[in-house]
Design a protein around this ligand. Structure first.
Ligand code: GAL
Length: 417
């Protein structure tokens, strides 16, 4: 299977580079923000596979969970006229760069390998500009997860994961009474926004989430449901330890691992950290969706920037093909905590959290409750997302009332739209 695929890819690439004398199997400079233990392990599988095919990989990691620092670095590189070959970039950001004429397409590879047949149509659309693929997706991450330490929960007699925010609050109150930090959290704007959007899903449901955080509907943004969402976020603020400001997300995961906190609310890249530390799901740690029947979608992809030179162009084609290969999608996602973007990769070797993610994803698509992540740049433009992050973080770090938060948020979004 692997050999057949390699031959097919080689044929494709030969056809694509016909008439050019490529010197090697391609060179890429890859800009990404995967620097935590689990993330580094996952991106390492891509580097190894690319090098195994004879390519040269130049690594450009920009530390900073959620990618805000990486996006700043990217802009500087493009402005300087020196873009990286491939960039971890996603959602509407892909379209924004494409509109500026900053991207190369990889449609030839996509045609030869029939990507349209193996990607969920909604994801394929995000990867295309003007009908042509300019990016290749590596995974499907779910944002709305609780991660918990079962030994810590057992200390207060809790054996089941909470299914409503009231349930969660009750368990958290018990942990507080026992002198245990209920919620491991890192006070960074993207992390604050992550827990905020999960709360919105639980308090308002998927339709409300879409109206407020995707369609930016003013009635939804100023509704009592939004006030109630901020009320729950205020509750969560009461459950974090005093050292939360500025903490990286993977350090919060480590607090749960070490039994220093009961829960973390984070996307399933947190599972990559547990796995990299040798922890077993269902035994050493528990996963369960946060309340609200829905699925908050986050998908990582690599986008190909406008570079020139046979070697770089070939690098882009080889990388695109590799990213979309079933073998890579399996290996990478086993390490990353996510599930494959391709729909035809068997999940037999994946753990119970991944199986749950997949089952819930299928159910969410069927019931129309799949929503794109605001916090992780799948839903709205960077500038409007920035307004959400600023306000949510200001709320989290002050005694602002929920009513004031809702009004300020609506005003800021209206100005930015
Ligand atoms: C997300 C990204 C994930 C993850 C996380 C923390 O935005 O999609 O792959 O690693 O940031 O860095």
């Amino acid at each position: 299977m692997q050999t057949i695929r390699k031959i097919a890819v080689a044929g494709t690439l030969a056809a694509l580079s016909a008439g050019t004398a490529a010197k090697s199997d391609g060179t890429v400079e890859v800009l990404h923000w995967w620097t935590s233990g689990g993330e580094a392990k996952a991106v390492g599988t891509l580097k190894e596979a690319f090098e195994a095919q004879g390519g040269v990989w130049n690594d450009s990691p920009i530390a900073g969970g959620g990618g805000d620092a990486a996006m700043t670095a990217l802009r500087a590189r493009v402005v300087a006229g020196n873009p990286p070959t491939a960039v971890q970039l996603k959602g509407p950001g892909i379209q924004e760069w494409a509109q500026q004429g900053a991207l190369n397409e990889v449609q030839g590879v996509a045609d030869a390998e029939d990507w349209d047949a193996v990607l969920p149509p909604a994801l394929a659309e995000i990867m295309k500009y003007d009908g042509n693929y300019v990016a290749a997706p590596v995974n499907i991450h779910r944002v709305d997860w609780f991660w918990a330490n079962p030994e810590v929960l057992a200390k207060v007699g809790v054996t089941e994961m909470p299914t409503t925010w009231d349930d969660f609050n009750a368990v958290a109150d018990k942990l507080m009474a026992a002198g245990i930090t209920p919620l491991a959290h890192g006070g960074q704007p993207w992390q604050d926004a992550t827990i905020f959007e999960d709360v919105v899903l639980g308090v308002g449901g998927a339709d409300f989430f879409r109206k407020a955080l995707v369609d930016l509907d003013m009635d939804a943004l100023t509704s009592a449901t939004m006030v109630a969402s901020f009320d729950q976020l205020r509750k969560l603020r009461g459950y974090v330890d005093p050292n939360f400001p500025g903490r990286d997300w993977n350090l919060a995961t480590a607090m749960v691992m070490r039994g220093e906190a009961g829960f973390q609310i984070m996307g399933d890249w947190a599972k990559g950290e547990f796995l990299a530390a040798g922890k077993v799901p269902g035994k050493d740690f528990l996963c369960a969706p946060t309340p609200g029947s829905g699925f908050v979608l986050n998908s990582d992809s690599f986008t190909f920037f406008k570079v020139s030179g046979d070697d770089n162009l070939k690098g882009q084609q080889v990388l695109a093909s590799l990213i979309m290969s079933p073998d890579f999608q399996k290996t990478f996602n086993l390490a990353k905590g996510s599930i494959p973007a391709r729909t035809d990769v068997p999940l037999d070797d994946f753990d119970i959290c991944a199986q749950k993610s997949h089952a819930d994803l299928v159910a969410a698509v069927a019931s129309g409750s799949l929503v794109p992540s605001m916090a992780h740049e799948m839903a709205i433009s960077r500038s409007v997302r920035g307004e959400f992050l600023d306000l949510v973080t200001e709320f989290f770090n002050s005694d602002m009332s929920s009513e004031d938060a809702v009004q300020k948020l609506a005003d800021a979004v209206a100005r930015a739209m």
